[in-house]
Design a protein around this ligand. Sequence first.
Ligand code: WTA
Length: 571
Amino acid sequence: MNVEKIPATEGPYNLKNYDETYANFDWADVEKQFSWYETGKVNMVYEAIDRHLATDRKDKIALMYSNATRDETYTFAQLSELSNKFGNVLRNLGIVKGDRVFVFMPRSPELYVSVLGTIKVGAIVGPLFEAFMEAAVRDRLENSEAVAIVTTPALLPRIPVNDLPALKHVIVVGAEEELKEGHIRFEKAMEEASTELEIEWVDREDGMILHYTSGSTGKPKGVLHVHNAMIQHYQTGKWILDLQEDDIYWCTADPGWVTGTSYGIFSPWLNGATIVVRGGRFTPEDWYKVIEKNKVSIWFSAPTTFRMFMGAGDELVKQFDLSSLRHVLSVGEPLNPEVVHWGMRVFNQRIHDNWWMTETGAQLISNYRCMAIKPGSMGKPFPGIYAAIIDDRGNELPPNRMGNLAIRTGWPAMMRQIWNNPAKYEEYFSIPGWYVSGDSAYKDEEGYFWFQGRIDDVINTSGERVGPFEVESKLVEHPAVAEAGVIGKPDPVRGEIIKAFIALRAGYEPSEALMEEIRKFVKEGLAAHAAPREIEFRDKLPKTRSGKIMRRVLKAWELGLPTGDLSTMED
Ligand code: WTA
């Protein structure tokens, strides 16, 4: 194959020679970078924040935050103190190691302080997107039996407190009005809390963060990560993000998504980097302003963002001074070669694609600065990671053959549990010795991996994973809907859009107005990003004999492809 290559960037960079490093790497060497290697006392937040206080980084800016009305900076010393305070707020409420504490609010310094404080006392933090509506919030709090939640007045009505017996404490940030009986005012509790905290020392295998993610069937899965993930967060931050002392790093992901914590919090702070956080909704123009104003040098975003920028035109870019940028990265869905070319043209920067999943906890396959990029390829496995393309029995396939993208089991940041669902966890390891990702891909002769698609039918819309089942469940709650089947339909801007096939109940007729009403119903009942952009009414949906909607058949209809094996289809 004759594939285009964009040559390695000129150094300096942290990872100097990929092949040599890959051949000689040992995770055990990375452990020596942590203070627990000497002291035996483990806590992610100690390593990410407090440890720096004994160094020149003490008064270095850790967080640059801005939204429409705020513009603030926080040093490592300040974050240490604030997270101590929040840790004490939780301890004063009786929260102990292993308890689940959720954060449900827009990006703000308070969100970051809450995440850090929760982990400092050994509790497990569960970050939720602010876009979640009541049903989505309920599922997650119920499944995890969360004991506390930190939120804002605007989001409070979406927390069904009375239906959640385990939920004892609601902490409200930025309340202007009187709070309801029993609710706690964040600011007041923080003011009263001591700045001195005894960090909860934990085991490396103790739970730290719970990210809910969607599968193709069933409710969202609570993916549990442990403190040990720091080993990989640290090293990928060095070699993939290429974090160096003077960098200003901006990861645009929300902490409700694994990228917004692994690479929006842990990885950069473990490396002592300054991070930029922008709150609120914003336009491409605002984004460029953030890069210019904060002199962002490393920018980590997603294909959907880059495609939106491309759409905004090259002229816009020229109005800003983006010369501070030295490294750009992308994750979440396939990065189109077209976007890589655009990056070269407008920023003179290669966009470094990398592949991983909520379940994997950290990056596993990536493009590195010291390595040539093949636009459209996700790159090569991180040192210490063995990735392969296997068939359904676990045999490795030769180059250029498409199959299951799988990883040899056991890496520092791998999930340790699906909360309350051991059977679901086991499904990932159905082929002995392998973690089976559910993605299909191939590897070329030079060891570059090329993504092909999801093997199951999880939808990836604008970088967000949406489980069809969750949307279908919401749809059938609507009085007019008898049955619903939801698929991802390829879309040039969003990767995929959500399309719903709906069979109506007797007495209802298809109409534009009904379509709009159903869309609104999902938007308000589940989440805006989960609402189907397209709806098609059908008399009947293809189902298996056991009553499962056959989404692959819907998809085949949609794409005009052969429907494949229909033996399990009812009549
Ligand atoms: C997809 C995101 C193509 C893939 C960190 C994976 C990608 C799922 C890429 C995980 C990439 C992620 N190229 N597809 N570079 N990165 N994906 O859990 O299907 O939100 O299985 O984690 O996104 O999505 P998740």
